[in-house]
Design a protein around this ligand. Structure first.
Ligand SMILES: C[S@@+](CC[C@H](N)C(=O)[O-])C[C@H]1O[C@@H](n2cnc3c(N)ncnc32)[C@H](O)[C@@H]1O
Ligand code: SF4
Length: 417
């Protein structure tokens, strides 16, 4: 399959050049002219570690977390201070790990960011079900959080035991959420676990909406090579039938599909950290994308803190995308919202979409992957499945390789994908 991903990349980027990331980087980040900029903050601590999880995280200890947050605040000022005045940004997301492990210091972090940035569309955070307690939720609200996303994975004991997680208590969740409400309450589930049926997913989604969610995300299970997990992926045909059935059922219930993997019961509920045009990332493993320049911070908490102590940015690898590479990146992530608006593409790149990718769009319509309605390309049910399906391969071809290497080496010299 890596052959196919390489060929697709060559075709879409019109180049045989692989992606070459190096350790050369600038201390100044060119975000001054970026519109539609999002902010991301990574908190790499969890109470315990799940076998299946690929993210940059380690077991929480108070001293390391304290040192890390001090370094994070310095990184925010080092980057934010490069812009005179306050830069307008869309949103801020805290991801992890389990960012609520630092609940006592989130307000300090948002205040540090607000010295340099004006956030217009709210603040989101990922939560472990164990963090959904009124006391913690109140601290989040005090820090300005408006959207929460809770990693349920499944309410059903069978899948909790496959994943090695303990069950989320739905009554306690509902009570805490009723006591401390948020504009968006999203719940994450893992899709395509071995033996998972439509009835299982339907019951999870119904339980989520009944427990106070107004948004659900069903992420396809990805078997990363570097994780010790032994959970097997579901065969393709079974996966497609399951995804189609769940999607149609959600549509019948009136839940709007606002991205490939997410459905909401309330049109104003939005939770996505994935579809920003450009973004600035702070903390270990956080990525930054500013027009064609992409960088990713070191995955090592210790190396991160040491770099910041030296007064330098914790950048590990960087790449300057060619225009075509940037276009493919843009289209890949925009398609995640199930729609591609040619006008937005042209505003971003200054070139018409149909001129750059006319043949591919024609082919996508011919194969029944997309439809053109009111000037916007909409992904069909079939298109959404294939996106789902190939996303798995791309994740394994790019993210798995990149993260696999970065977990081993804090500052690799070069990486070719
Ligand atoms: C950072 S965690 C969410 C917050 C919290 N740490 C937790 O586990 O509940 C992000 C989400 O990624 C998803 N995830 C983790 N590993 C995955 C994998 N191998 N395949 C698909 N989704 C995965 C899970 O749904 C998880 O809730
Ligand atoms: S799934 Fe969540 S709790 Fe489990 S290790 Fe990953 S980030 Fe931590």
């Amino acid at each position: 399959m890596s052959m196919i991903t390489s060929l697709t990349r060559m075709w879409l980027t019109r180049s045989v050049k692989p992606f070459i990331f190096t350790d050369e980087h600038e201390e100044s980040l060119p975000f001054a002219d970026c519109g539609g900029l999002g902010l991301y903050v990574h908190i790499p601590f969890c109470r315990s570690i799940c076998d299946f999880c690929p993210y940059c995280k380690q077991v929480y200890d108070e001293k390391t977390c304290g040192r890390y947050i001090d370094a994070l605040l310095r990184e925010i000022h080092m980057v934010g201070g490069q812009y005179p005045g306050k830069k307008t940004v869309t949103s801020l997301y805290f991801g992890g790990g389990s960012p609520a492990m630092a609940a006592d210091r989130l307000k300090e972090i948002t205040e540090a960011l607000k010295e340099h940035f004006e956030i217009t569309e709210g603040i989101g955070i990922e939560l472990h079900p164990d963090d959904v307690k009124p006391g913690i939720l109140r601290k989040l609200r005090e820090a300005g959080v408006t959207k929460i996303s809770i990693g349920i994975q499944s309410f059903l004991p069978k899948y909790q035991s496959i994943l090695g997680r303990k069950g989320a208590d739905r009554r306690a969740l509902a009570q805490a959420l009723a006591e401390v409400p948020f504009e968006t309450v999203s719940m994450d589930f893992i899709f395509a676990l071995p033996g998972q049926t439509f009835e299982d997913l339907k019951s999870d989604i119904e339980t989520a909406f009944a427990a106070g969610a107004n948004h659900v995300a069903i992420y396809p299970f990805i078997d990363f090579t570097f994780t010790p997990s032994r959970v097997r992926a579901m065969p393709k045909k079974e996966k497609q039938a399951l995804l189609d059935r769940v999607t149609l059922w959600c549509q019948e219930q009136g839940y709007a599909r606002d991205s490939i993997w997410t459905f909401s019961s309330d049109p104003d509920a939005r939770y996505s950290s994935m579809t920003r045009d450009d973004f600035l990332g702070f903390g270990c493993s956080a990525a930054t994308l500013l027009r064609e320049s992409f960088k990713i911070n070191t995955f090592s908490v210790d190396a991160y803190c040491r770099r910041i102590d030296e007064g330098k940015l914790p950048t590990s690898l960087t790449i300057n995308f060619t225009l075509r590479q940037r276009m493919v990146y843009y289209l890949f992530w925009t398609a995640y919202s199930t729609k591609v608006d040619p006008k937005a593409f042209e505003r971003f790149f200054g070139r018409p979409l149909e001129k750059m990718y006319g043949f591919e769009l024609w082919l996508a319509r011919l194969l029944g992957f997309a439809e053109l309605r009111d000037g916007i390309y909409h992904m069909t049910l079939k298109g959404a499945f294939y996106y789902h399906y190939y996303e798995n391969f791309y994740t394994l071809a790019y993210i798995d390789k990149m993260w696999g290497l970065m977990r081993k080496e804090a500052f690799p010299k070069e990486m070719r994908l």
